[in-house]
Each structure stands twice: as structure tokens, then as C-alpha cells.
Write a protein that binds this ligand. Structure first.
Ligand SMILES: Nc1nc2c(c(=O)[nH]1)N[C@H]1C(S)=C(S)[C@@H](COP(=O)(O)OP(=O)(O)OC[C@H]3O[C@@H](n4cnc5c(=O)[nH]c(N)nc54)[C@H](O)[C@@H]3O)O[C@H]1N2
Ligand SMILES: Nc1nc2c(c(=O)[nH]1)N[C@H]1C(S)=C(S)[C@@H](COP(=O)(O)OP(=O)(O)OC[C@H]3O[C@@H](n4cnc5c(=O)[nH]c(N)nc54)[C@H](O)[C@@H]3O)O[C@H]1N2
Ligand code: SF4
Ligand SMILES: [Mo]
Length: 713
């Protein structure tokens, strides 16, 4: 008998509603769920490929222990005991910081990991923590911490009600949106133009989003901060600033005016390559449109001035009167409020309270930059990392200087991977602990509900039961937590196991703003189960000043427009901009609708067709090097070289080439049969781990100089 299960897709931030038809233990089909209030029937090819992930014969189901080059399956008791023993002895002999942990992107899409990984972190009690945050949204969190008082208080563009959307460094038509949960983005963008509004994309490449926008402007990679400063400058000099409703709750206006005073549109034009008149027009349009928003994303974060850019994106919206206003940059009202939770877990914001051992990077939220992972493993001394847990992370492909990361991981005394695949990273582990698949566990988007362009809540029960010899991610964390502690933890384990992610979620929903305090209409897990397609909780609402909370002295916090940490970084930008002799060629990244970072290339339906791991190059640059579409090029940096096919296109700026990340599956010892047949090359074999935004510690992945020549035959 066929059964249809409504469910959220856990693969990317869009959280689309799926309708999954099963027969017995097989997935028969996956389509978009028309009744999902947020995604309204939309899904992308990766959602369909959830079936491939689940049924993938290469997916590990039982623990794996490596002996020399050979792997053998083991039972859970043996594997968990081995891991706990090795980690405990490293901690005992070398101190807690000798055991590190890396948390990867899928952790945030995983209810069990979100709720139970903190236990494992607590048990490890290590300063050697790393996560994908420092390859990604860290600058936004740094800006949120210093401007709004909490790194998790991240504003999202109210795209369903805006009349002007300026996209800076994002390609939502392909990425499906980030720090902006907005499934079916194509129709949402179309609706802006449909109601007479306008979409503007500012990007070194004429992206898929740019191609459908009303206007596209090329910008030189890494120069967004100069553009944003000039937007502020124009608004100040042309008296377009409107602090509006929040005026009396805002601090730093004078300082911001001073800081931007030298950044005329003309000065920014020479840096960015965007004409001064166009910069002025952008500022006038932004300030002159009642419902407008500037949305900055990954391309502004992972660059030389990521911290400055993220701050200025928020500041520009505030100056134009679009922060916390309808159609502007707004804060969500999720059913589970992460702010008090983060506070309770001590995660509500730390920055630069200490510096890393080797390169003196600032910690953020208790984590070191991912770019420091290899050096912290390789460099001897007190605190050297000798044992490591990777959890839902593939640093060999996702961290700059992947070849060095690979060497460093190989040199560890002990590496354990919590991961369902034997891939480029986990092949170097001593033990792999594979969790259940996404369809074998319940799902609720704790994080992405807080980033959604419309408030909503949806619970998806497990679709298939987990087998006796399988473990969920959260069970693995709970086991290790118990085994790394004393007898009392073993007792606590039983209670925490009984509660499980569903029990915890129910408590969080009831304790949340839409829970018990709303009486019998309040949200609970039971209520969510009664609405399997999801609940629409309405449009975004103004949340300031309440959401800013109170400072340590108990006074209402103000919106900080000009936090000193950012002002202090401006001279670096000025020096860089004025000395700017742009490199002849720089590289930027690229995403693809049928990829998801590094780990979904083992699905035939997602990799079939022409090679997508190509280098995009402008016709003039290609001609100067004797390259044409189809020829193979070598892309070389100070770190290394990769070969890949060229695609010549006028859609990319002169002086810029684009290479996707997440490929490079030819590494010996991985067990991903489909991916190995479509290996591509890893962009991170030529990105540089010594290049980070010194303010935030975020990896610089865009705007790095590169040399491109025809490959040796
Ligand atoms: N050059 C370049 N590098 C980049 C980027 C870029 O744009 N350019 N983007 C960066 C960004 S934004 C990010 S977020 C990072 C992502 O980099 P990572 O955080 O390393 O994440 P992925 O590459 O997605 O790898 C995910 C791993 O998790 C495993 N996995 C999948 N599902 C689960 C699960 O449910 N549980 C567990 N335990 N494991 C699971 C997969 O098998 C895979 O090994 O890459 C960054 N690296
Ligand atoms: N299909 C698919 N979807 C994904 C992912 C995936 O791998 N595949 N990954 C997911 C993850 S982890 C994330 S974080 C999100 C990211 O989602 P987005 O933030 O939309 O990121 P990208 O698609 O990488 O788009 C970044 C854009 O910035 C541009 N850019 C590069 N450098 C600069 C610059 O200096 N200035 C400006 N203004 N633009 C620049 C690039 O050309 C690119 O178009 O996507 C998520 N969704
Ligand atoms: S857009 Fe994202 S959430 Fe939607 S189906 Fe695709 S991968 Fe899943
Ligand atoms: Mo990401």
C-alpha cells in the first residue's frame, strides 16, 4: 500500500514542504507539497534526490573501524568504547584542548544534533572548536552581536512585501536563499516586479538571479564595503537619512556620519567599478522607496572585508529607514525562540575574548576560524590538537588549502567522524560513526524558522523507523557525553534518551512565545502533529526595540549603528582601497542547483549531464590566454594548482574567474562510487588558509588572485 507523507526537506535553508510517497521501506516518489504554507508546492532537484541519499548503497549504516588501510564494520559498543577510550586518554595526557571538534553545515539542519551536540561540547570542554560558521555567515553574526546585542538576532529581508530588493553577494535562485528562508524564490522575486517593484543584483557575475532581475551591476570582488560606505555617504550628504520610529532607540548616528564622510561615490566608483552616478541612484532609490531592502549574503561575508561589509549592510538599511519595517529588513517571531536558549547555553555572544595559539585569530562564539584548523593540528606546543571529532563536516573539500587540511588530519593521533559517508575527509578517520538518514528521524527547523520571510512552524515525524543496529546523531552525542563522564552521566543518559529530540522540542514549543502563555490555543508538539503540512504563523512583524533586550546594567539596549570594533577596521579598508592595484585575475565561487556543498554528488540524477565543475572566464581574458570553451586550464595560486575545463562567457566580469567548490572526489580511499565517476577539482585546493578577514576570522574565499593558463596536454 502506498502512503503519502508530508515532510520538510532538511537539505537547504529553503525548508520546502515535500510529499513523499512510500511503499514498505521504499521511497516511490517525492514531489512538492502544495499544501505547505511557505513553499506552496515548490521543490528543487535535490529534494527529489533525498530518496537517493536514503537508498544510497554507499551510505554507511554500521560503525566502521580502520585498521591500516582496511575498514571493518563493528558493532556500536566496540566503536563507541574505542572512541571514548582514545579521546579520554588524549584529554588526560595532553589536556582538554588536545581534543578538537569540527561541526559542519548539515548540523544546523538536524534537530537531534542541534539539541544534543551541546552535551558533547560540554563533555569535551575544549577551546579547540571549529564550525562552518567561519566559512560562511560569521560576519552577519558579528554585526548582529555588536549592533543588536545578540549574534542570533539576524534580520531577514521581508521580500514578500518589498518594492525594491537589492541583492549583494547572493544568488538565491540557485542557493534557494540563505539567512532568508524563502522557498519558491523565483515566484517571490517575480511578484516584486509584478507589483511594480524592482530587483537589483550587484555581483561580479551575471548570475541566474541577476539574469531575471530588473538590473544587474558588476562589482569588483571584495569591494562591497566601499560601495556600502558610499551609499551611507550619499544618504547623509543628500539628507536622505530617516531613523524614523527607532530614532530614540538608536546610537552612533554621528559616528557613522563621520566614518563615512570620506567615502564619496566617486571614491567608491574607482574601487568597485560601479559608476558614481549609479551609486548615488542606488542610495536615492533605497531611501526613496517606502518598502525597500538591501540584502547582503555569502559573497559579502567570505571576503577580505567581510566583517565591515556585513555591518554596513545592516547600517545602510537602518539609515534608509528600512530596519524592522514592513518590506525591509525584519526580525522573525518563531515558535521556538533561540535567544533565551542561546543565553542559557552560554552561546549569546563572545568575540575576541582570546586569540588562537598559532595565528592569533579572534575566537567567535568560542570557536576558532576553520582556516586555523590545519595549523592548530600541525603546530607543536601546549594545546596542540591531537584528537578530533568531525561532525557533519567535510573539511578536506570545504576548508581553504584542502591539501594541507588532509595532511594535518592524517597526522592526528585519533580522528573520529560522525558521518554517513566514507568520503574525502572520513576516509582519514580511525572510526566512523554513521547516523540514521534524514528520513529515519523527526525534523523541525529550529534555526531556519528564525530566518524565514514568513513565520511558520512544521513538524515532520520520522518516516522510516531506525533499525536496531542504527543510531541517530543525537544518540551518538548522548553516548559519547555519557562515556566521557562519570557514573552520574550514565544515569542522566537514560532520562535524556527517554526525552529525545521530540520531548525536548515539545518543551521548547510550550515554553516559547506561542506556547503555554496562549492557553489552550498554545503551540505544542501535539498541535503541530495535527497540522502535518505546517502552520502559517503570519507575516513578519516589527520587533524593535523590545527584541534588543537589556544590557548588563539592566538598561534597554540601543541599536548600535557604529560599533567601535567596526570603526577600528576602517583604516585597513582605506589603506587597501587607495593602494589598490587589482590583480590581473581574481577568483570567485559558484553554486549549482544540483549540488549541495560537497556531499550530494553521489546521486546519479544530480550529477548526470555535462561537467559542471568548470572555470568561467570572460571572452577577453580567455582570448588573451588562448583559451576557449572546452579547453582545459590550470588555475594556480601560491597554495596549489588544479586543472579544469573552461567555459567562456560574457556573464562574468573581466579580470574575474568563477570556480565552484565541493568537487574533487578523486581522492583515493573514498567510497562514493557515483561521485568518483564525476570527480571535478576542488577549488579549496587553491584557496589560501592564511587569508582570513582579520576582523572576523572568516575565510576569504572570494577575490583571491589566481593565475590561469592552458593546461599542459
Ligand atoms: N571555496 C569555497 N569553499 C566553501 C564555500 C564556498 O562558497 N567556496 N562555502 C562554505 C560554506 S557556506 C559552507 S556552509 C561549508 C560547508 O562545508 P561543510 O560544513 O564541511 O559541509 P558539507 O561540505 O556540506 O559536508 C557535509 C558533511 O556532512 C555529512 N552529512 C550529511 N548529512 C549528515 C547528517 O545528517 N549527520 C551527519 N553526522 N553528517 C551528515 C556529509 O556526508 C558530509 O561529509 O563550505 C564552505 N566552503
Ligand atoms: N544549490 C545549492 N544551494 C545551496 C548550497 C549549495 O552548495 N548548492 N549551499 C548552501 C549554503 S551552505 C549557503 S551558505 C548558501 C549560500 O547562498 P548565497 O548567499 O546565495 O551564496 P552563493 O550562491 O554562493 O552566491 C554568492 C554570490 O556572491 C557573488 N560574489 C562573489 N564575490 C563577491 C563579492 O566580492 N561581492 C559581491 N557583491 N558578490 C560576490 C558570487 O558571484 C555569487 O553569485 O547556499 C545554500 N544553498
Ligand atoms: S530548495 Fe532546498 S529545501 Fe527545497 S527541495 Fe531543494 S534542497 Fe530541499
Ligand atoms: Mo554555508
Amino acid at each position: 500500500m502506498n502512503q503519502v507523507h508530508p515532510r520538510s526537506c532538511p537539505l537547504c535553508e529553503a525548508t520546502c514542504g515535500l510529499a513523499i510517497t512510500t511503499e514498505g521501506d521504499q521511497v516511490v516518489s517525492i514531489v512538492g507539497d502544495e499544501r505547505d504554507p511557505l513553499s506552496r508546492g515548490y521543490l528543487c532537484p535535490k529534494g527529489v534526490a533525498l530518496a537517493d541519499l536514503h537508498h544510497d548503497p554507499d551510505r554507511l549504516r554500521r560503525p566502521m573501524i580502520r585498521e591500516g588501510q582496511a575498514w571493518r564494520e563493528s558493532d556500536w559498543e566496540e566503536a563507541l568504547a574505542l572512541v571514548a577510550n582514545r579521546l579520554s586518554s588524549l584529554r588526560r595526557d595532553h589536556g582538554a584542548n588536545a581534543v578538537g571538534i569540527v561541526q559542519g553545515n548539515p548540523s544546523v539542519h538536524n534537530l537531534g544534533l542541534l539539541l544534543y551536540a551541546p552535551l558533547l561540547l560540554g563533555a569535551l570542554d575544549t577551546e579547540s572548536r571549529f564550525s562552518a560558521t567561519s566559512l560562511d555567515q560569521l560576519p552577519h553574526m558579528l554585526a548582529a552581536l555588536h549592533m543588536f546585542g545578540n549574534p542570533y538576532l539576524l534580520p531577514v529581508p521581508d521580500i514578500d512585501r518589498t518594492d525594491l530588493l537589492i541583492v549583494l553577494g547572493g544568488n538565491p535562485l540557485v542557493s534557494n536563499g540563505s539567512l532568508m528562508t524563502a522557498p519558491d524564490i523565483r515566484n517571490r522575486l517575480r511578484a516584486i516586479s509584478g507589483r511594480g517593484g524592482k530587483v537589483v543584483v550587484i555581483d561580479p557575475r551575471r548570475t541566474e538571479t541577476a539574469a531575471r532581475a530588473d538590473q544587474h551591476l558588476f562589482i569588483r570582488p571584495g569591494t562591497d564595503a566601499a560601495l556600502l560606505l558610499a551609499l551611507c555617504h550619499v544618504m547623509f550628504t543628500e539628507s536622505l537619512v530617516s531613523a524614523g520610529r527607532l530614532a530614540s532607540h538608536t546610537a552612533g548616528l554621528v559616528e557613522l556620519r563621520q566614518a563615512t564622510a570620506s567615502w564619496s561615490a566617486e571614491r567608491a566608483a574607482t574601487v568597485t567599478g560601479i559608476a558614481a552616478e549609479q551609486i548615488r541612484q542606488l542610495a536615492r532609490d533605497l531611501a526613496g522607496t517606502r518598502r525597500a531592502v538591501l540584502y547582503g549574503r555569502l559573497g559579502v561575508c567570505t571576503q577580505e572585508f567581510g566583517g565591515l561589509s556585513a555591518w554596513l549592510c545592516y547600517a545602510v538599511n537602518a539609515l534608509a529607514g528600512h530596519l524592522d519595517e514592513e518590506g525591509g529588513l525584519m526580525f522573525s517571531s518563531p515558535a521556538v525562540d533561540l535567544l533565551p536558549l542561546a543565553k542559557r547555553l552560554g552561546l549569546d555572544g563572545s568575540y575576541a575574548t582570546r586569540r588562537s595559539r598559532v595565528s592569533h585569530h579572534p575566537e567567535f562564539g568560542g570557536e576558532w576560524p576553520m582556516s586555523a584548523l590545519a595549523e592548530e593540528i600541525e603546530t607543536p606546543g601546549q594545546g596542540q590538537i591531537r584528537g578530533l571529532i568531525t561532525m557533519a563536516s567535510n573539511p578536506v573539500l570545504s576548508v581553504p588549502n584542502g591539501r594541507r587540511v588532509e595532511r594535518a588530519l592524517r597526522s592526528l593521533d585519533f580522528l573520529v567522524a560522525i558521518d554517513p559517508h566514507l568520503n574525502e575527509t572520513t576516509r582519514l578517520a580511525h572510526v566512523i560513526l554513521p547516523p540514521t538518514s534524514a528520513l529515519e528521524r523527526p525534523h523541525y527547523d529550529l534555526v531556519f524558522n528564525t530566518l524565514a520571510v514568513r513565520n511558520s512552524a512544521k513538524f515532520s515525524p520520522a518516516l522510516f523507523p531506525r533499525q536496531e543496529d542504527q543510531r541517530h546523531d543525537w544518540e551518538i552525542c548522548l553516548e559519547l557525553w555519557a562515556r566521557l563522564g562519570g557514573v552520574t552521566r550514565r544515569l542522566g543518559k537514560a532520562a535524556l534518551h527517554r526525552l529525545g529530540p521530540e520531548g525536548l522540542l515539545d518543551l521548547l514549543l510550550r515554553a516559547g512565545p506561542r506556547g503555554l502563555r496562549r492557553g489552550r490555543h498554545g503551540l505544542s508538539l501535539r498541535k503541530l502533529r495535527e497540522s502535518p503540512h505546517g502552520l502559517d504563523l503570519g507575516p513578519l512583524e516589527s520587533r524593535l526595540p523590545e527584541r534588543l533586550g537589556r544590557d548588563q546594567g539592566g538598561q534597554p539596549r540601543k541599536l548600535q549603528l557604529a560599533p567601535p570594533v567596526f570603526l577600528a577596521d576602517l583604516p585597513r579598508l582605506a589603506a587597501h582601497a587607495d593602494a589598490a592595484r587589482p590583480a590581473p585575475l581574481v577568483m570567485i565561487g559558484r553554486r549549482d542547483l544540483r549540488s549541495n556543498n560537497s556531499w550530494m554528488h553521489n546521486s546519479e540524477r544530480l550529477v548526470k549531464g555535462p561537467d559542471r565543475c568548470t572555470l568561467l572566464m570572460n571572452p577577453d581574458d580567455a582570448a588573451a590566454r588562448g583559451l576557449s570553451t572546452g579547453s582545459r586550464a590550470t588555475a594556480r595560486t601560491t597554495v596549489g594548482a588544479i586543472d579544469l575545463p573552461v567555459e567562456v562567457t560574457a556573464d562574468i566580469m573581466r579580470g574575474v574567474v568563477s570556480i565552484p567548490h565541493g568537487w574533487g572526489h578523486a581522492r583515493a580511499g573514498a567510497r562514493l562510487r557515483v561521485a568518483a565517476a564525476h570527480p571535478g577539482a576542488s577549488m579549496n585546493d587553491i584557496t589560501d588558509d592564511s587569508k582570513v578577514d582579520p576582523l572576523s576570522g572568516t575565510a576569504i574565499l572570494t577575490g583571491l588572485p589566481v593565475e590561469v593558463v592552458a593546461a599542459e596536454p
